[in-house]
Design a protein around this ligand. Structure first.
Ligand code: PRX
Length: 656
């Protein structure tokens, strides 16, 4: 069983590794104390009702907390509020208008500071601009923008007038943008001329134009001008349809009262890939989603009034929605927003920002952490990172080596690490340590959040006792859960609710150790089966990157006539290490030594890079195609198409 294999590896880590209890100062000052678990477990629905009353500002109080007709949940259904008012107006009304909402840094080095009072003005003007383009409550607005503060302003402007946004990541091509616009039948597209990335300006408007050609529902567009003087290029505008943000928005009235919205008003759609080619429009509604965002941001990041918080995700993904826009703004936090990539102009860009703005909390993905590891410690060492108090990880399992590096090199050996498991569908963090409560173990996301019920079940849906592994399920509804897939209730039921009737199936494998800690094993489809032993790809990857000469690794199962599947490893070496057959042999031995001979990769290929989505996830599906020598599947989400060709052109000598 995969679970047993991974379990062996986990026990190896634990035997070798330390655990990290919270220090006394963190415990004493923590927003969330141990009592929260008991309070939530005693009566989850009452817990959520109390949190909803405490954290959100209501126009009309709710009297019904939950209506649950599996799989359709309605939370706080008869209540009314406005999400933008919760994220902006109430902080200004409470006298915190001068507090900074965003310290924004453009990749070329330009800066802006935006207070909550300024945010309120801009959100109202933008909402009025949308109204002027005919957007009304219930409409959908597509947003396709680089990382500028206007992306948050645009989202909040939609929320203010009851329109739902659909943010499409700015790295997607025209066809993907058009598909999403058309599926949602969006009326207006908010975009930009482009943005700065890796030292140059990338054009967005031509892509938006291409998409709009085949998006008949679009009647108008707003185009934010990002191009700086001195950056060459012209942006074509279609008269009658396209409006420069800088012309349209400033002339609007600064008065656009927030309208009271039903709690279950659609707040946004966010498209995510599923097992078929058609992306799923995940639906999130207003009050429940905002509550999940606000509570988790408060409890997991332990945010304090004077903190400077930085979530380094792109707003085009759920992490950016929940932990750049809605959670932090609902909590009135001061944030950093950075436009560009971590290597521009050099690999210490993040660390210099942290030093300069005295960032207290950093939240990023393990892929980024491993990239930093690969570049070497000299970059963070150049900067004073002592302001950091807490570090977060999200998006994929974090291998213990990266966890420990993150804590020691970035966190100075002081900071708690919160490894947060969640999904586009869960809306907010579902499994994570609480920094003042949980003793952490490197590589484990630890426990379900208060008010969330997670289980590990076997193929028949039976709960697996502690010490065992299986499929991760969530067994009770929670406020920030997805409400459906846009236009496809049947797919919603089928994807999430049919495999284990009565529970939400996350699509992930997980194991709980004897102490009940959750260890995520990756997507279930990433689990290999070798000689009837199931082995998680992450387990082998962890063993590979554990070798001091390995920077990154990805592992897939390849069909094998003898053993069912064989392990195929793609390995990126650290700078200066030579890719020789001898070293490949040594590395296989290293894996065998770490987790047993069964996990020894049959195929091992040194590669210069790995195919990743633009959000940084390794596309194992493509690696499986390469390993099998078959035609590639859908590559639209691939960040760099050349990577695959480079890898394919030398798959020859991999076998041992
Ligand atoms: O497999 C899990 C992995 O990312 C998936 C969700 O992807 P997405 O909807 O794009 O959201 C990513 C940001 C929340 C999950 O099914 N995942 C996410 N966080 C973790 C994780 N796997 C292990 N550990 C995590 N902390």
């Amino acid at each position: 069983m995969a679970e047993e294999q991974r379990g062996d590896a986990i026990e190896t880590f634990q035997a070798a590794g330390e655990t990290f209890p919270p220090d006394a100062a963190t415990v004493a000052a923590a927003n969330a104390q141990a009592e929260i678990y008991a309070r939530a477990a005693a009566d989850p629905v009452a817990f959520w009702a109390a949190e909803a009353r405490e954290r959100l500002t209501w126009r009309k109080p709710f009297t019904k907390t939950l209506e649950w007709e599996l799989p359709f949940a309605r939370w706080f259904d008869d209540g009314e509020l406005n999400v933008a008012e919760n994220c902006v107006d109430r902080h200004v009304a409470a006298g915190r208008g001068e507090k900074v909402a965003f310290h924004w840094i453009g990749e070329p080095g330009d800066r802006r500071t935006i207070t909550y009072a300024e945010l309120l003005v801009e959100v109202q003007r933008t909402a009025n601009a949308l109204k002027g383009l005919g957007v009304t409550r219930g409409d959908r607005v597509a947003i396709y923008m680089p990382m500028v503060p206007e992306v948050a302003i645009a989202m909040l402007a939609c929320a203010r007038i009851g329109a739902a946004h659909s943010v499409v990541f700015s790295g997607f091509p025209a066809s993907a943008l058009a598909d999403r616009i058309n599926d949602a039948e969006a009326k207006v597209l908010i975009t930009a001329d482009g943005g700065y990335r890796k030292g140059s300006f990338f054009e967005l408007k031509p892509i938006a134009d291409e998409a709009m050609k085949s998006s008949p529902s679009i009647t108008g567009s707003i185009v934010y001008r990002r191009r700086q003087p001195g950056t060459p290029g012209e942006t074509a505008m279609q008269q009658g349809r396209d409006h420069w943000w800088q012309d349209l928005v400033p002339q609007q009235s600064t008065d656009c009262p927030a309208e009271a919205m039903p709690a279950e008003q659609l707040l946004f759609l966010l498209y995510t890939s599923g097992t078929t080619a058609k992306p799923k429009g995940i639906m999130h509604t207003s009050a429940g989603y905002l509550l999940g965002a606000a509570l988790t941001h408060h409890a997991v990041f332990d945010i304090k009034p004077d903190d400077v918080y930085w979530c380094a995700a792109d707003v085009g993904w759920i992490t950016g929605h929940t932990y750049i826009v809605y959670g932090p703004l609902a909590n009135g936090a001061t944030q950093v927003m950075y436009e560009g990539t971590p290597d521009t102009p050099s690999w210490d860009r993040w660390w210099s920002i942290i030093e300069e703005l005295k960032v207290n909390i950093l939240y990023c993905a393990p892929t980024a952490i491993r990239a930093f590891m690969r570049q070497g410690e000299e970059h963070p060492r150049k900067h004073d990172l002592s302001s950091l108090r807490l570090l977060g990880s999200v998006g994929e399992p974090i291998n213990p080596e990266a966890w420990l590096w993150y804590r020691s090199v970035i966190g100075g050996g002081r900071t708690p690490i919160v490894d947060t498991w969640w999904q586009t569908e869960t809306g907010s963090i579902a499994i994570s340590p609480l920094p003042g409560v949980t003793t952490t173990k490197p590589g484990s996301a630890t426990f379900a959040m208060p008010g969330i019920a997670a289980d590990v079940v076997d193929a028949s849906g039976k709960s697996v006792p502690l010490g065992g592994g299986g499929f991760l399920t969530l067994t009770q509804p929670w406020p920030s859960m997805l409400r459906g897939i846009w236009g496809d209730p049947a797919r919603f039921k089928e994807t999430y609710w049919s495999r284990f009737p009565g529970s939400y199936f996350a699509g992930d494998g997980a194991r709980r150790d004897e102490e009940g800690y959750f260890w995520l094993l990756g997507r279930v489809d990433d689990v290999m089966n070798v000689s009837a032993h199931r082995i998680s790809t992450i387990e082998v990857e962890s063993a590979l990157v554990d070798h001091h000469n390995v920077a990154e690794a990805a592992v897939v199962g390849k069909n094998d006539p003898l053993t069912g599947q064989a392990i195929f490893a793609f390995v990126i070496l650290k700078k200066g290490v030579e890719a020789t057959d001898e070293f490949a042999h040594e590395l296989r031995g290293h894996v065998a030594k770490q987790i047993g001979a069964i996990a020894r990769p049959k195929f091992l290929l040194f590669v210069p890079d790995l195919p990743k989505t633009r959000s940084g996830k390794i596309m194992r599906r493509l690696l499986r195609d390469i390993a099998e020598g078959r035609a590639l599947g859908d590559v639209t989400t691939l960040a760099d198409g050349g990577v695959v060709d480079t890898i394919r052109s030398n798959t020859g000598a991999a076998e041992e």
